[in-house]
Design a protein around this ligand. Structure first.
Ligand code: EAX
Length: 328
């Protein structure tokens, strides 16, 4: 009997030595990700690309189910769900982020970024990459920056030809303290609201207008409920791929790399779609009957905000603001 036991042991050891390991069933882990716009949008492209890349790079070991148009909740709810771990991933604008990671709200300062190239250089450079690390302490792994776009004003009351035309307009804003403070500086009556309620609020006249990038305006058919659009470009709205930190930390280093590299590819696809929308949206919206004002002297809008900028320099530090503006 003893001899039999020894020979079984010897076989097992030799089997392991030869690299024979019981074949693991390639278990598939399913995760969920959400955005607040329709699938055919810059946000839809972001999560569809992430899902495709992760599944391909992991040989199907990870499957990410994608949800659009706020199906899993508005951006703030989705961020909360990712923080709690009831949802593994989300792509969101930075609108609600100050409620979770206040260090990031400097990015929401109006007229901080010159253009798309400048914004992308800041986010992909040291400043932006350091900011991604701030999410770790709040239960998130920020995989990469995406892009929502430069935000513009739409409303149903009147054409906004100059800053004074915004005075008294009741405008939906994101739940973002920097935006709310700035828009009050324009004389706007800000009405913070989850994005999922905006179309109906505009349709019913609960608010006069809203502000969003062209990609969002077209993806959500705001031309059906808004008459006037002015290309103020008053704020650059970053996007971001967020993952629950505990879920990320449980991944092997190789699988963590898969998620990080996939997010980078998805961010590029997201930005490419914004570039496309920026080229076509104005013609499309005019074709749908919107009155679009595109010859905007942004310096006039900036000078109206001078008192607010002074306060932002106190809040964030003039050096931090200048450091972002100085990025080439
Ligand atoms: O899909 O809430 C907002 O206005 C944000 O821009 C959101 O990403 C729109």
């Amino acid at each position: 009997m003893k001899a039999l036991r020894i020979s079984v042991m010897a076989m097992a050891i030799s089997g392991l030595a030869l690299g024979f390991v019981a074949p693991m069933a390639s278990a598939q882990t399913t995760m969920r990700i959400s955005v607040s716009t329709a699938q055919n949008s810059h946000q839809g492209v972001a999560i569809d690309t992430l899902a495709k890349e992760v599944e391909a790079r992991s040989n199907g070991r990870y499957k990410i189910k994608t949800f659009y148009a706020g199906a899993l909740g508005a951006e703030r709810e989705a961020i909360e769900a990712v923080q709690l771990g009831t949802q593994e991933l989300t792509w969101t604008s930075t609108g609600p982020i100050p409620n979770f990671v206040p260090e990031v709200k400097i990015l929401d300062v109006p007229f901080l970024f010159r253009d798309y190239a400048h914004a992308r250089a800041v986010l992909d450079g040291q400043i932006g990459q350091d900011m991604l690390k701030k999410f770790d302490a709040k239960g998130f792994k920020a995989l990469a920056w995406g892009e929502n776009g430069f935000r513009h004003m739409t409303n149903n009351k009147r054409a906004i030809n100059a800053p004074d035309d915004m005075k008294g307009l009741k405008m939906r804003t994101m739940e973002n303290p920097v935006h709310i403070q700035a828009y009050k500086g324009f004389g706007i009556i800000p009405t913070p609201m989850a994005f999922s309620e905006v179309f109906t609020a505009l349709q019913q006249g609960t608010v006069d207008g809203q502000e969003n990038p062209l990609s969002v305006i077209t993806a959500n058919k705001f031309e059906q409920v808004q008459k006037y659009l002015t290309l103020t470009g008053h704020v650059y709205s970053p996007g971001i791929f967020l993952m629950n930190k505990a879920v990320f930390d449980k991944l092997s280093p190789a699988d963590q790399q898969i998620f990080l590299e996939s997010a980078k590819v998805a961010a590029k696809a997201n930005r490419d779609r914004v570039d496309e929308d920026e080229k076509t949206a104005v013609t499309y919206l005019r074709g749908k009957g919107m009155n679009v004002i595109d010859n905007v002297d942004r310096s006039k809008y900036q000078s109206v905000l001078a008192p607010v900028f002074a306060d932002f320099e106190k809040q964030f530090g003039k050096a931090a603001i200048d450091q972002i503006k100085a990025v080439k």
